[in-house]
Design a protein around this ligand. Structure first.
Ligand code: ADP
Ligand code: MG
Length: 706
């Protein structure tokens, strides 16, 4: 007899009625390998047999409807374009409806049984003037009506091949039912500690699995969903936090034990402004971290313009005062150059050697830099990903800073860790892309987070306006007024991914049109786009920075970090083509000085519901975190930068945009457990320790090194 834990781990062929052929199909089509995998392939919806709508009531309104009736006719029809479609007539007591399939194989003809009663599910559309349902989900009433599931019948994701192999909904339900009936509660060991179940009022694992497939009522369905979601997130959190503790035990850094001359001189004599309260708090947090031998791994989040650079610089001075070197890596040359320039000028005449390295610095110049880095005479090096190349060797790298960290791959960032032989540098990663808390908990759950949530004083909120093409003349007039006041203006064109040529054409046309209203030589315009040589780009940027040019026409290359406080207007052309976070980043290029700034979103008249929503969100709020939350709701986490690269987002049930309360609870509990029992050694945590080990065996690539 297989021992208890093993039943769940047995291959699917263990299940009665599944032989090698079906087993193979299940593995291939569903990626289900074990009995346990089967139990964890949850229904994506349920047929609630207590509520059906009737045909005469349903509308073409985009809502999903469930109907019960008879399929009275089914035929293949040749359409106008000589393409075949299948069409059926479906009737209930109130009326009839066409069912339409455009692409369908013989399987449809094989499977559908005219004359039988069906439950159908889908959206209503009007097709050839008649209420229709295109590609409905269909289920024989007699199949749905088994006593397997009296109220809710589970519906599983399916494929043609599965149906062809006889693994349709009915069969799937039977398999699951059978597994659940066979397994005793000993076969489904609890994965959460008992005290936790009691405290949070969660159902057992066995109940959860039973009820998620065959709930008898709404309460059971919710209890199961709740428990599974909690467990999913709890284990992500506890693993992240546990991993962090283990990493802290493994990596040793050099503590910055003294605050020395450089820091003090700079702080007292060179700094041109008073730090904001938020900046002071963050410096204290960093200071506390770097004074230890455990490696700092801190994320600094702060909206654009919140003043992260000075925090970075002060941290670097701490390192230098302790005989250590620093590096600061930025994702683009423009940004790296800007950091370099601004840090050089901020440091003024202080005796600190700052160097700059990118891929385009070659030959003798490069050799000299590498030499000076290796012998320790360079204190700070600023650059692009060129910094992580193997040839870049430090004498003693004490602090590595990564700006706009989400632009780098995980491996790229991690390679900075190994720049020294016997110790790891402290790490500070910075981002101006606010991340919704729920997402941050997952993506950065193993980092310590500092937030600058206060802008330097005197900043006015940027006014954001949405304008259509018809308002162009007013926009031009407004531009004239701002320029007359001595301000500068950005105009940004979208990147059209399919065609770089089109991009340039767009930008070029925009530029030429602009020349009509802002003629040379009275007005000067900079043009910057991604296909220019770095040198030319910098030259153009420089002309804008030193106020030679009034207007900067650009593609999104200026999105990241560019700082020209005198620029007060950001005009975004075809704003409907940009994502929310990108719009927000672009807007952040203005509002950096003391003047009132404006962001004008130009758009087409035709807007999708989503782009309308994005633009409305921009007009409504300046708060990066609000924007990030809205973005998460609109797009889901899948598209948000940085989420694809880890297995972290593979939740079966949990939804980041909706399950905040569950996530907060799970995170807090995980934090408390790790605080009290960092290595999970206590008896009450044995279940957790074992489950972490099981999960680790199951997915080996689940690794974190932010
Ligand atoms: P970001 O967080 O976007 O990187 P920066 O570090 O570029 O922001 O800062 C934006 C601007 O605000 C810079 O011109 C910087 O000199 C200025 N700044 C930063 N901190 C303060 C402060 N405490 N008081 C006044 N100005 C500040
Ligand atoms: Mg910045």
């Amino acid at each position: 007899m297989a021992n208890q834990r093993n039943i769940l781990e047995l291959p699917v062929e263990y299940i009665k009625g599944i032989g090698p052929a079906k087993g193979e199909t299940i593995r291939k089509e569903l990626n289900i390998h074990t009995v346990e995998d089967f139990l964890y392939s949850f229904p994506f919806r349920y047929i609630d047999r207590t509520t059906y709508q009737v045909i005469s009531d349903v509308r073409e309104d985009g809502d999903l409807v469930q109907l019960k009736g008879r399929l009275i006719n089914f035929e293949k029809i040749k359409g106008k374009n000589n393409r075949y479609r299948h069409q059926g007539k479906f009737m209930d007591a109130s009326g009839s409806l066409d069912l339409v399939w455009f692409q369908s194989g013989i399987w449809l003809e094989k499977i559908l049984q005219p004359g039988e009663e069906y439950i159908i599910f889908g959206k209503i559309s009007i097709f050839s003037g008649k209420k229709s349902m295109i590609h409905p989900e269909m289920e024989l009433v007699k199949d749905a009506n088994t006593n397997l599931a009296p109220t809710f019948s589970p519906v599983y994701s399916s494929t043609e091949k599965l149906n062809a192999k006889g693994l349709d909904q009915k069969a799937r339900r039977k398999i699951i039912r059978q597994i659940l009936d066979t397994l005793t509660s000993d076969d489904i060991p609890e994965t959460l500690p008992d005290y936790m179940l009691a405290k949070l009022n969660l159902c057992s694992r066995r109940e959860a699995l039973l009820w998620i497939h065959f709930p008898e009522n709404e309460t059971q369905k919710n209890a199961a969903t709740n428990r599974i979601k909690y467990e999913e997130f709890f284990y992500v959190q506890i693993r992240l936090l546990h991993g962090k503790i283990q990493r802290k035990q493994k990596f040793i850094s050099i503590p910055f034990s003294t605050i020395g001359t450089n820091f003090n001189t700079f702080y007292k004599e060179k700094m041109k402004f008073e730090l904001t309260g938020a900046q002071k708090r963050v410096i204290k947090e960093i200071r506390a971290d770097v004074s230890k031998t455990t490696q700092m791994n801190r994320l600094l989040q702060g909206d654009v313009g919140s003043g992260k650079t000075i925090v970075a610089l002060l941290s670097m001075l701490m390192a230098i005062d302790n005989g250590l070197q620093c590096c600061m890596m930025a994702p683009t040359e423009i940004l790296a150059q800007q950091h370099y320039d601004s840090i050089l000028s901020t440091l003024d005449d202080m005796d600190i050697n700052v160097a700059f390295l990118t891929g385009s610095i070659k030959g003798k110049k490069r050799e000299k830099i590498l030499q000076d880095l290796a012998d320790g005479s360079i204190h700070i090096i600023i650059g692009t990903h060129a910094l992580i190349e193997e040839t870049v060797i430090f004498k003693k790298l004490g602090l590595a800073i990564v700006d706009e960290q989400h632009r780098f791959g995980v491996a790229q960032r991690a390679s900075l860790w190994y720049k020294n032989d016997s110790f790891a540098p402290h790490i500070l990663v910075m981002t101006a892309t606010p991340i919704p808390r729920t997402l941050a908990m997952t993506l950065y759950g193993d980092l310590d987070v500092s937030v600058i949530d206060e802008l330097p004083p005197g900043r006015k909120d940027i006014q954001t306006l949405h304008k259509y093409e018809s308002a162009r003349p007013q926009v031009i007039e407004f531009m004239h007024k701002e320029i007359a006041k001595g301000r500068q203006i950005y105009i940004v064109y979208p990147l059209i991914e399919e065609s770089e040529k089109l991009d340039l054409q767009n930008l070029q046309e925009g530029y030429e049109r602009l020349l009509q209203y802002f003629p040379l030589p009275e007005y000067q315009i900079s043009v910057v786009h991604g296909r220019m040589k770095a040198k030319d780009k910098d030259w153009e940027m420089q002309r804008f920075v030193n106020k030679t040019t009034h207007i900067m026409v650009a593609t999104t290359v200026i999105e990241v970090g560019v700082n020209v406080p005198n620029a007060s207007v950001m005009i975004i052309e075809n704003a409907e083509r940009f994502g929310l976070s990108q719009l927000h980043q672009l807007r952040g290029r203005v509002g950096r000085g003391a003047e009132q700034s404006y962001c004008i979103l130009m758009s087409d008249y035709k807007l999708t519901k989503e782009s309308r929503e994005r633009i409305a969100t921009m007009v409504r709020t300046n708060n990066g975190f609000d924007i990030a939350e809205a973005d998460l709701k609109l797009r889901g986490p899948g598209d948000i930068q940085g989420t694809q690269q880890s297995g972290l987002m593979d939740f079966k049930l949990l939804e980041l945009s909706k399950d905040r309360p569950i996530m907060d609870t799970a995170r807090n509990i995980a934090l408390r457990i790790i605080e009290n029992d960092p290595n999970l050694e206590r008896d009450i945590h044995i279940t957790i320790r074992q489950q972490i080990q099981r999960l680790r065996r199951k997915n080996k690539d689940w690794a974190r090194f932010s």
